[in-house]
Design a protein around this ligand. Sequence first.
Ligand SMILES: [Zn+2]
Length: 421
Amino acid sequence: MRVTTAFKRLVRLDDVNVTDVEFLATMVIVTVALRRRRLVCAHCGFKTRWRYDTRPVESRWRHLDLGTWQLELRASLRRLRCPTHGVVVEAVPFARPGANLTRDLDDLLAWLATRMDKSSVARLCRVSWRTVGRACERVVATELDPDRLDGLFRIGVDEISWRKHHKYLTLVVDHDRGKVIWGAKGKDAVTLDAFFDELGPERSAQITAVSLDLGPAFLKSVRAEGHAPQAIVCADPFHLVKLVSEALDEVRRELWNELRRLPDDRWARDFKGSRWALLKNPEDLTDAQAAQLGRIRRGRGGIWRAYEMKEQFRAILAGDLTRDETAVLLDRWCTRALRSRLAPFVKCARTMRERRDLILNAVEHGISNGRVEGLNTKVRLLIRRAYGFHSADAALALVMLAAGPIELKLPHERPARKAAA
Ligand SMILES: [Zn+2]
């Protein structure tokens, strides 16, 4: 078998011939030629026989590594004139438009980025984290389910910071499918207006319930004519539980500061590092954290009461109660919190009373914390990984890849279109 034939099989790319193979110190360079005669616009698929000029455009792409060798594809491309996009370089079947990585490598990086930490991906694949961000953007642009905005009934709107210094993304979640289905940079009414514009009046009119974290901006957009003024507005249970968790954390901090001032440091030593024991869901505790929680329980006191109230609150919104049952338990919870002599919980209870109807709306429409917590936690974990990305679009792409309606395939899971010749 000739070397070029062997490499044609190895790189597993459709519709190209390998014309040359060259070995450098750590890299193999495989030169390919497109087999098709016609030129295709990379943006719209427009086809023509006519070249725009005879000047070749030398192009290169990183492909999947070959053992420890990095593999680079090279090709000399032609230019065409597309009636819509003007003079452009022709598309190649093995890479997305504008990419300097092949489609296979894009897909691999996107898959890894949702499952592996930043430095591991960069080291394993020998690419920068920003390159990973661009690959994620390209994969989402081509692979996202185009019907994702159809059949929406219960949605949630959420804002999340994707970088320090108040850089925000607005995300729209489909509560029924448990997926993030839309996102954009920013966090004001205009940002959400863009979602309703894309959705259009017909699909907007089908929406029955919207959960919000109850900043005024989103509410204004939901209520606007042509958007979803018919929808019942619900409090987002994830944010309510977060509020209670923050109150618990405040109680813990106050106690910690008191203990540290004591002459005997035994108490402080025992309490040290209790933050996660208190804040994590009980089913996620490590053995050591569970033991520490046990000690806090035996000690009783304000911190234990605060912990109990956090867990009770979570249980009330877990999703197995009716509106009326929830109302009774919520009122009882508020009374207990108001009498707790723990200032953060008194404040919390006042907020819950103000939002009582919206909380009950959420329960009635089946938007429970049990339903939203997993997705929210996942998104928040991912977004921390996206901090090193260059743009909001890349951060959003990572969220969509991991929590959106998209099915990621690895290169070897895709059937080869043709048997290698
Ligand atoms: Zn075009």
